[in-house]
Design a protein around this ligand. Structure first.
Ligand code: SAM
Length: 240
């Protein structure tokens, strides 16, 4: 009776621990965000197990039933499409439900996109703020305002289609001179870590539209934030 949260590679299939492979082999059931995506990994490592779908669209409904099964003695291993479950991925609800039911939970250490991005950035990583995805519409402007003044390096997950828009807005709210780093396609063949100011990065990616998966690392405020006086007066960002 146990729930394991098992991190899986964010690109390079070699990035999985020996213990993660053993736990996946020993579990009674693997819960996967997308069973087709995970089947590639499981086939690669010769893991032939019962796999059930557990994703953001069913996790509210299935958690109770899964908790009951685990409480009856089943060992389950939760994986997401990539990286660590619960980090901008399903995992939190089931973890909380298991803890509330007195079921042991164990998250294995392993891949997650934000750690290599943070360390690669060369920005201070003794204290940092994980923001995940910025809200697309409602609440975006409020979040940008909050981020403008907080002093820690912060981490954003970003889509290639929204990167330039986010860099431009961040430059507007934080000041274009703020240092940042775009980590793209980490652990994959075309991995890129591009460092510069928000303005420089916005210009570069406007001229070179990015592809693939992206983590954006931004320096914290040093206190003399040149962008603060330039907030847009209206709610244009929230209204889009
Ligand atoms: N659970 C994952 C983790 O532990 O990092 C994150 C899942 S979240 C749905 C997916 C986002 O993570 C992507 O949009 C991107 O921002 C980031 N990401 C995942 N893999 C990446 C990679 N290889 N390179 C850069 N960013 C990546």
């Amino acid at each position: 009776m146990k729930l394991y949260l098992v991190p899986t590679p964010i690109g390079n299939l070699e990035d999985i621990t020996l213990r993660a492979l053993r736990i996946l082999k020993e579990a009674d059931i693997i819960l996967a965000e997308d069973t087709r995506t995970s089947s590639k990994l499981l086939r690669h490592y010769d893991i032939d197990k019962k796999v059930l779908a557990h994703h953001q669209f069913n996790e509210h409904k299935t958690a109770e039933n899964l908790v009951r099964q685990i409480a009856q003695g089943t060992t389950m291993a939760l994986i997401s499409d990539a990286g660590t479950p619960g980090i901008s991925d399903p995992g939190f609800l089931l973890t909380r439900a298991c803890i509330q039911a007195g079921i042991p939970v164990e998250c294995l250490p392993g891949p997650t996109a934000f750690v290599p991005a943070l360390v690669n950035s060369g920005l201070p990583c003794d204290r940092f703020l994980f923001e995940g995805f910025l809200p697309h519409k409602k609440g975006r402007q409020t979040r940008l305002k909050e981020l403008a003044t907080q002093p820690y390096t912060f981490i954003l997950y970003e889509s290639p289609f929204r990167l330039v828009k986010s860099l431009v807005q961040l430059a507007e709210y934080l000041g274009g001179a703020r240092q940042a780093c775009v980590s793209r396609e980490l652990t994959k063949i075309y991995e890129e870590n591009r460092r510069g100011t928000l303005t420089e990065l916005a210009q570069w990616y406007t001229a070179h539209p990015p592809k693939g998966e992206i983590v954006l690392i931004v320096a914290g405020s040093s206190g003399n934030n040149t962008g603060l006086a330039d907030y847009p007066e209206n709610d244009e960002i929230d209204e889009e």
